[in-house]
Design a protein around this ligand. Structure first.
Ligand code: SF4
Ligand code: SF4
Length: 276
């Protein structure tokens, strides 16, 4: 998916993303000279990157040549034993209430790795959770369900056409998976709404979510209010940020939505004010 408000745009592509910081760049041109695909040029005091070449670039020589640190790669490959070593090292720090949450991008796009990691954590009694957009084949859920304690699942818009426009995917598969998880996942399933004023904060959409929760027997919802903290990352990816044209939700409208859920018997948590 490709949601216009995403605050982790570097995670949308399954490949590591090249991040470029204008404020650190001294326009020395060293990177352009080392790029074997000739993907970088400097014109009128501005550095341009033809990013389609970067997707298949194995060497990323440009980064090694950048002494000012203006170029860096977001994302890297890591082996399961190495990652698990870090998790085990940090375990004491979490305390007894802590655990592992896989997020993204979409963690279940990397099914084999994620399954092995969750299985390992499960064997060692580490609490496990994922945050998912839900737009993945049911089989991917089925494979990891035995090793998961919690699932955070986004409900972005009940109107499939609006969903498609805003995220590049309709909501058919998402709702099917959500319903199935409601009956087949034995752990804690927490639905979430990333609340974007002007996109999904209408009374009609909130009422549709309430009906959905009633149908699936769920009694809690987590609202994640829009914020613009990811704006700078769009600049670093040289992408435009259309989420910026939507205001962040005001407290009064969040409280109105909370009351609507509460009135229908659903506990509504705003942002990080949650019991988990
Ligand atoms: S990632 Fe590769 S293709 Fe892209 S600018 Fe750097 S060296 Fe060139
Ligand atoms: S090497 Fe780094 S500092 Fe020099 S032009 Fe390239 S990005 Fe800018």
């Amino acid at each position: 998916m490709n949601c216009f408000w995403c605050c982790n745009p570097e995670g949308i592509s399954p490949k590591p993303a090249l991040m470029y910081s204008v404020s650190k760049c001294i326009l020395c041109g060293e990177c352009a000279g080392k790029c074997e695909h000739h993907a970088i040029n400097i014109e009128d005091g501005k550095l341009n990157i033809s990013r389609s070449f970067c997707l298949s670039c194995e060497q990323q020589n440009c980064i090694d040549e950048c002494y000012s640190g203006a170029l860096r790669l977001s994302g890297y490959e890591i082996s399961l034993p190495k990652l698990y070593g870090i998790i085990r090292r940090d375990r004491q720090y979490w305390g007894s209430e802590g655990g592992l949450t896989l997020t993204g991008g979409e963690p279940l796009l990397q099914l084999d790795f994620v399954k092995s990691l969750l299985q390992k954590c499960h064997e060692d009694y580490i609490h496990t959770a994922i945050e998912t957009c839900g737009n993945i084949p049911w089989n991917n859920f089925q494979e990891v369900i035995p090793y998961l304690d919690w699932i955070f699942f986004d409900l972005k818009n009940s109107d499939s056409n609006l969903h498609l426009k805003a995220t590049s995917a309709d909501n058919k598969l998402i709702l099917e998976n959500a319903k199935r998880l409601s009956t087949e996942f034995p752990g804690r399933l927490i639905f979430r709404i990333p609340l974007i004023p002007g996109f999904n904060d209408s009374e009609e959409n909130i009422n549709s979510v309430i009906s959905f929760l009633k149908d699936t027997g769920r009694k809690e919802i987590n609202i994640l209010p829009l914020h613009h903290l990811g704006r700078e990352k769009y600049q670093m990816l040289q992408k435009s940020y259309t989420g910026g044209s939507h205001p962040v939700p005001v407290k009064e409208s969040l409280e109105t939505i909370r009351k609507m859920f509460n009135a229908s018997g659903v506990d509504c948590y705003i942002g990080s004010e949650t019991p988990f």
